[in-house]
Ligand binder design. Structure first.
Ligand code: SF4
Length: 411
């Protein structure tokens, strides 16, 4: 077979990247070129943030540098033993594609991951060269997210952080035992060491030197990681517990939960354990509640059975239904912590409530205007013009929110 064209490579390597969870450029430092110098910006008019139905941002050029790989991770479509079609971009091709897409305003940046070719260092060196060429030769000021290779040398990872807005090191699976079984060439301790290095470097680059000189920025949008869920038997309690440790130990901005998809090739060995996207969605919701709503892990997993979140209703609603004695709460009097636990109330709504009720008593229509989802909140609150009466304790309350049971298909 002859050489692949750039378009053919793009088709293969953007499709291969769909298993990598990515993010929007939120959280990065402002960098733009509206002064006429350089190219692109991380924010500003004309840049479209588009999200796929599963919530992933699609405004980045998201590609693998190559889907050739010398490793054999059982959950990965690109593993050496897989029979997928392979392709590889040169450094110059990735640079050209990024610049072309950027100029046409298709993207706001680059998300680059890669299979491992020849060695972790060779692969990481090429990825760094792409980022360096974009920044230094083309003055590219858009967003760059690099997936680092934990086994690569610390010097390469440090250099990557000087050019990328965000670095990520994949934790791969929820437990060390699963990583050892399904990704035999990877070492959980090395992965954590790479995360610790990124954290350390970020802190080192934050402080001015004794001469007052500002150091070069290092991964200003921080680091993230990706955990594949559904490839092993870990329950949601174990997954969220691991994520919580990662957030606190390595200062992660984000843990991405990526549903394991049965690999579309005949040699796939791992079975599908639970409906993948719905589980991924519930894990994101629970993760959010743990980080921004004051919930404890045990509270969220208590209503569920056997350490799994309820797939049919969101974790906050599941918690409220299991703790009805704490409701209804008076929206005009309850403390912030209590309001944050009301299903249908987000942080913005709660902030608006707290601000406005200083001046007047809130009524039902007010909180609707503030963005509350009253369909969810109604059974759990009282306020001017509304009291739930016996609704809070009604036996069929859960069924008002959960989807109706479906007849299982027998064949
Ligand atoms: S190292 Fe990465 S690309 Fe290679 S098989 Fe493992 S997960 Fe897939």
């Amino acid at each position: 077979m002859g050489q692949k064209t750039l378009e053919q490579k793009l088709a293969i390597l953007s499709d291969a990247a769909k298993y990598d969870a990515s993010c929007a450029s939120s959280g990065t430092a402002r960098r733009d070129s509206r002064d006429g110098k350089g190219l692109g910006s991380t924010e500003g008019s004309g840049i479209c943030h588009a999200y796929a139905p599963d919530g992933r941002c699609i405004s980045l050029l998201k590609i693998l540098m190559t889907n050739f790989c010398i490793y054999d991770c059982a959950y990965c479509v690109n593993r050496v033993s897989s029979n997928v079609e392979r392709a590889r971009f040169s450094v110059d091709e990735v640079v050209t594609l990024t610049l072309e897409f950027y100029r046409r305003n298709y993207i706001e940046g680059l998300f680059l991951s890669s299979g491992i070719i020849r060695s972790p260092d060779t692969t990481m060196a090429d990825m760094v060269r792409i980022a360096r060429t974009l920044r230094e030769e083309h003055n590219f000021r858009g967003y760059i997210h690099l997936k680092t290779i934990p086994d690569a040398s610390p010097e390469l990872i440090e250099e990557a952080g000087l050019y990328a807005d965000r670095l990520s090191v994949n934790i791969e699976l929820p437990t060390d035992a699963s990583v050892r079984s399904y990704a035999p060439e990877k070492d959980p301790a090395t992965i954590r060491k790479a995360m610790a290095q990124v954290r350390l470097k970020k802190e080192e680059h934050r402080d001015r030197s004794h001469t007052g000189k500002r150091p070069r920025r290092f991964a200003p949008a921080g680091q993230s990681t990706q955990m594949i869920v559904g490839a092993d038997a870990s329950d949601d309690l174990a997954i969220l517990g691991n994520a919580r440790r990662l957030y606190s130990s390595y200062g992660l901005k984000r843990v991405y939960y990526s549903s394991f998809s049965p690999i579309p090739d005949s040699s796939s060995a791992l079975p599908l354990i639970r409906p993948p996207l719905q589980r991924e969605h519930r894990l994101y919701q629970a993760d959010w509640l743990l980080r921004f709503y004051g919930f404890e892990l045990e509270e969220l997993t208590a209503p569920a059975r056997e350490g799994m979140l309820d797939l049919d209703i969101d974790p906050k609603l599941a918690w409220a239904l299991a703790n009805r004695a704490r409701f209804p709460v008076d929206v005009n009097r309850a403390e912030r912590e209590t309001l944050l636990r009301v299903p249908g109330f987000g942080t913005k709504t709660v902030n608006r409530i707290l601000t406005t009720r200083r001046f007047r008593t809130l009524r039902y229509d007010d909180v609707v205007r503030m963005g509350a989802n009253m369909k969810q909140a109604r059974p759990f609150v009282t306020l001017g013009g509304w009291t739930p009466g016996s609704l809070t304790d009604s036996a069929d309350l859960r069924s008002r929110f959960a989807p109706p049971p479906e007849q299982l298909r027998l064949l």
